[in-house]
Unconditional design. Structure first.
Length: 507
């Protein structure tokens, strides 16, 4: 065999290839013999050029189907005479696979080049001689043949490759992006539909930064692709990336109001979701100066125009921090018409809410203990009225004692019951805050009533025998109780007025 091969090779007495030669010697797997390096070069001729392409690469670049077929057919003609029959066919097939698998300096095969340039007939021809390794081989940028065809929008080639091997759709490129993500980002609707038809589970796969196909399609305003993805699964709109951004956060960075509308039609509540720094879609749209999108978001009742981010800024704060322009002026006008206020103006309300939910709730144990103590005093007092029942039944101080003692007892008992119910921890924060306010008022009522009971008891015990002491106790005690109730009433009214003024300012 060696003598026969040497007739077709250049005069080179040395059978060992030079170190500078790029192509290695090819071992014939069936015969166990080695094809001479010169013959291998004739099969895969390295052409001096920009990327050290082979003749097959150059033919693929130009879409020259005839040249590709000629190169592959020449392999058979060059090997005729070395082997015969089935052994010849096996060796030729093996060499053709090796030739098709050859890469240039960019790591690209001829199949990759044809897919990149959009030469569908040439791709079909090369697939006849491509194995799994060739199909999955990535260039230095991390793209394989299907991925580059999807990225370029070559629908026919994507269809051919998926018909050949549907498993290619889950290959990953740079940033762990799938072909679906790359096609979605670049707006190739036909390619996206083809990939989804083969495997709709691709919509769940994300890049390394957590963004899925919907994130990228929404960011670049590809309406038809957004619609196709949401038709497959509307819940996709709630998926967040590693920054906590939904597809709506990405959409409002772009220019397409239609994309924003499609996402909110899928789930309008998404407009309330915040990213990891507390920004809602309204914050982001304001920062990007998207006037029409800001106006559109404000039309949804779910939009909280005064939502604050982690910097305690509302959308109006962000708008006022923008450089002066027509867009920033329009955005501020839209926000103001919809009741927007600055973050600092919201602090009094939040502080009052914190005091209500913090101070009253956290003092619940103290209130409960006071209520129990008052209830015990009231219960004991009703059975220890001075004098005999006959003597005291028509006595006005006794009647006052009985009435106010009963009120104190039942008010205290109500506080104990409410605190016991809330102590189970099943109520919402708003309910707890309201109940804490109610118990606070009840305990004040019970305290005032038990003070009246004490003064009535003093009147009964001391009576006319020491009238000056009775008057003194009643005046001092009454003044203290009336003063404390007056102070509480004053601050309560002041707090309610302050909240009312802030709410009027918001509206």
């Amino acid at each position: 065999m060696t003598s026969e091969l040497s007739q077709n090779s250049p005069a080179d007495p040395s059978p060992t290839p030079s170190p500078s030669s790029r192509a290695p010697a090819l071992v014939l797997p069936y015969s166990g013999k080695t094809i001479d390096q010169a013959i291998k070069k004739k099969y895969v001729k390295q052409v001096t050029g920009r990327h050290n392409d082979t003749e097959l690469h150059l033919a693929a670049q130009h879409g020259d189907l005839a040249a590709v077929r000629q190169i592959l057919n020449d392999i058979h003609s060059q090997m005729v005479g070395t082997l015969s029959g089935a052994e010849l066919d096996a060796e030729v097939a093996d060499v053709r696979v090796s030739v098709v698998n050859e890469v240039n300096e960019l790591g690209e095969t001829a199949l990759f080049t044809a897919a990149d340039r959009g030469h569908v007939e040439l791709v079909k021809e090369l697939l006849k001689y491509s194995n799994k390794e060739c199909l999955m081989k990535k260039n230095r940028s991390g793209f394989d043949a299907l991925h580059i065809a999807s990225s370029r929008g070559h629908h026919a080639i994507v269809q051919v490759l998926l018909d050949h091997d549907s498993g290619l759709s889950i290959t990953l490129g740079p940033w762990n992006a799938t072909p679906l993500i790359s096609a979605s980002m670049r707006g190739h609707t036909a390619v996206v539909n083809e990939l989804l038809a083969k495997d709709c589970s691709l919509i769940e796969i994300t890049r390394t930064d957590g963004k899925n196909a919907l994130h990228l399609a929404a960011r670049y305003g590809h309406v038809e692709i957004v619609k196709a993805l949401l038709d497959k699964d509307s819940r996709l709109a709630r998926r967040t990336d590693k920054k906590g951004q939904t597809a709506l956060h990405m959409a409002v960075k772009g220019q397409s109001c239609e994309v924003v509308r499609l996402i909110l039609e899928a789930d309008a509540a998404i407009v309330m979701l915040c990213d990891k720094v507390g920004n809602t879609a309204l914050h982001v749209a304001t920062k990007k100066k998207r006037v029409e999108i800001v106006h559109g978001l404000l039309l949804y009742p779910e939009t909280n125009v005064n939502a604050v981010n982690r910097e305690q800024k509302t959308a109006l704060d962000i708008a006022e921090g923008l450089p002066f322009s027509e867009e920033s002026m329009k955005i501020k006008a839209h926000l103001s018409r919809n009741g927007a206020v600055r973050g600092n103006d919201l602090l009094p309300v939040k502080e009052l809410e914190r005091n209500l939910q913090g101070g009253l709730i956290h003092n619940a144990n103290s209130v409960n203990k006071a209520a129990v103590l008052i209830a015990q005093i009231a219960f004991a007092a009703i059975f220890t009225i001075p004098g005999s029942p006959v003597e005291t039944s028509h006595n006005i101080p006794v009647q006052v004692l009985v009435i106010f003692n009963s009120i104190a007892f039942f008010a205290s008992l109500a506080v104990v019951v409410i605190q016991t119910a809330l102590g189970r921890g099943e109520a919402e924060a708003e309910v707890i805050a309201v109940m804490a306010e109610v118990t606070n008022k009840l305990i004040w009522l019970a305290s005032a009533c038990i003070s009246v009971v004490f003064m009535a008891t003093i009147t009964i015990v001391v009576g006319r025998r020491c009238q000056w002491a009775t008057i003194l106790i009643m005046v001092v005690g009454g003044a203290l109780i009336a003063g404390s109730l007056g102070i509480k009433t004053y601050y309560e009214v002041r707090r309610l007025r302050k909240i009312e003024l802030i709410r009027k300012k918001e509206t």
